[in-house]
Design a binder for this molecule. Structure first.
Ligand SMILES: [Zn+2]
Ligand SMILES: [Zn+2]
Length: 306
C-alpha cells in the first residue's frame, strides 16, 4: 500500500472567509448603521465564531481510520480458501465482492463491517472510503467540496456549528436591514420610495434572507446530531441500499446509545491534519500519530459475533 496524507483543500474555505467578511462589511456600512451598539456587537462577534468553525472543520482530522500497511491476515487466509479461520461463519462478501464480517456493536446490535482493500482496515458499517481524501472515514456524513474535506465523526459538530452561526449571523443582518428600514419610516414615510437607501436595504433584506433559507440544511445537521443520524444514513449507502439507521426504526435509539453518540460526536478530540503523520511513498511504513491511533480505539471495542 502506498503512503498517503490527508491534505484538506483550502481554496473554497478561503473564498468563503473572504465572502463572509465582505457581506459583514456591507451589513455594517448599510444595514446596521444607527442601530443599538449591542446589536452591532452581536453581529460583529458571530462571524468570528462562524469563520473559526469553518477552519476547524477544514483543518482537523474528520475521522480518518488509520490505514494499515499490511493486509489483514484473516483476509489473506480467506482468499487462499482457508475455512479454518476463527469465527469463519461471520465472514462473507457483499454484492461488490468486498469482504464483510458480522460484529456486535457495544450496544448489542448486529452490524456488518466491510474490508477496505485500499486502507487494509475493517471499517464500521457507518464508515465509507472517500476517494477524494484517500482514507476510510468513520461515521462519515459526506465529502464536502466547499469545506475541502470530509464531514465525519470528529468535525461534524464544527460543520454544523459553522452552518448555524452563519445562519444566525445572516438572520441578524436581515433583521438589521428591516429594523433600519422601519427607522427610515418604511413603507409609508415621506419620500421613502425615492430614497435610494430604501432599495438597497430591501435588496439586502432579501439577500440575507436568502442565505438564511439556504443554510436551513444546518438545522437538519443539528437534528441529525441530536438523533444520531448522518446524511449517509438518510440516503443510500455505497451499494445503493437504504441504510437502516433512521431514528424512526426500532432498536436503534435508546438513551444510552444516544448519550454515547453525543459523547462521540460532541466531545471528540481535535487533531490537526498536519499532525496526521503519514510517511512518504517508500512502501515501508505508513503510520498515524499515537493520538490518532488512540482515538480510533473505539473500533476495537466492536466485538466479533460468537
Ligand atoms: Zn479505505
Ligand atoms: Zn473526503
Amino acid at each position: 500500500m502506498r503512503g498517503r496524507s490527508l491534505r484538506p483543500n483550502t481554496s473554497w474555505p478561503l473564498g468563503l472567509t473572504v465572502y463572509t467578511l465582505a457581506i459583514v462589511a456591507v451589513a455594517f456600512s448599510c444595514s446596521l448603521r444607527g442601530l443599538p451598539l449591542w446589536y452591532q456587537l452581536t453581529v460583529a462577534v458571530i462571524p468570528i465564531f462562524a469563520i473559526s468553525f469553518l477552519w476547524l472543520t477544514n483543518q482537523i482530522d474528520p475521522g480518518t481510520i488509520p490505514p494499515d500497511q499490511n493486509k489483514d491476515i484473516t483476509v489473506v487466509l480467506l482468499e487462499d480458501g482457508h475455512t479454518d479461520v476463527p469465527n469463519y461463519s461471520q465472514y462473507g462478501r457483499d454484492a461488490k465482492g468486498r469482504w464483510t464480517r458480522a460484529v456486535f456493536t457495544p450496544e448489542g446490535h448486529q452490524d456488518l463491517e466491510k474490508y477496505c482493500e485500499e486502507c487494509n482496515v475493517w471499517r464500521p458499517r457507518r464508515g465509507y472510503h472517500c476517494s477524494k481524501c484517500g482514507f476510510c472515514m468513520d461515521r462519515g456524513d459526506h465529502h464536502c467540496d466547499v469545506m475541502g474535506t470530509c464531514i465525519a465523526k470528529w468535525n461534524h459538530r464544527f460543520f454544523t456549528a459553522f452552518l448555524l452561526a452563519a445562519q444566525i449571523g445572516c438572520g441578524l443582518m436581515m433583521g438589521g436591514s428591516i429594523w433600519r428600514l422601519s427607522k427610515l419610516g418604511f413603507p409609508h414615510g415621506d419620500g421613502i420610495w425615492n430614497n435610494p437607501e430604501t432599495s438597497i436595504l430591501l435588496f439586502l433584506a432579501v439577500f440575507y434572507g436568502y442565505h438564511v433559507a439556504v443554510l436551513i440544511f444546518g438545522n437538519m445537521h443539528a437534528v441529525g446530531i441530536c438523533f444520531d443520524f448522518t446524511t449517509k444514513d438518510v440516503g443510500s449507502n455505497d451499494d445503493g441500499e437504504c441504510e437502516d439507521n433512521l431514528p424512526c426504526l426500532p432498536g436503534r435509539r435508546n438513551p444510552k446509545a444516544l448519550l454515547r453518540s453525543w459523547q462521540l460526536v460532541c466531545c471528540g478530540p481535535i487533531v490537526w491534519t498536519s499532525h496526521l503523520e503519514v510517511l512518504p511513498l517508500n512502501g515501508t511504513e505508513t503510520k498515524h500519530t499515537e493520538m490518532v491511533d488512540s482515538n480510533i480505539d473505539s473500533h476495537h471495542g466492536w466485538l466479533p459475533m460468537p
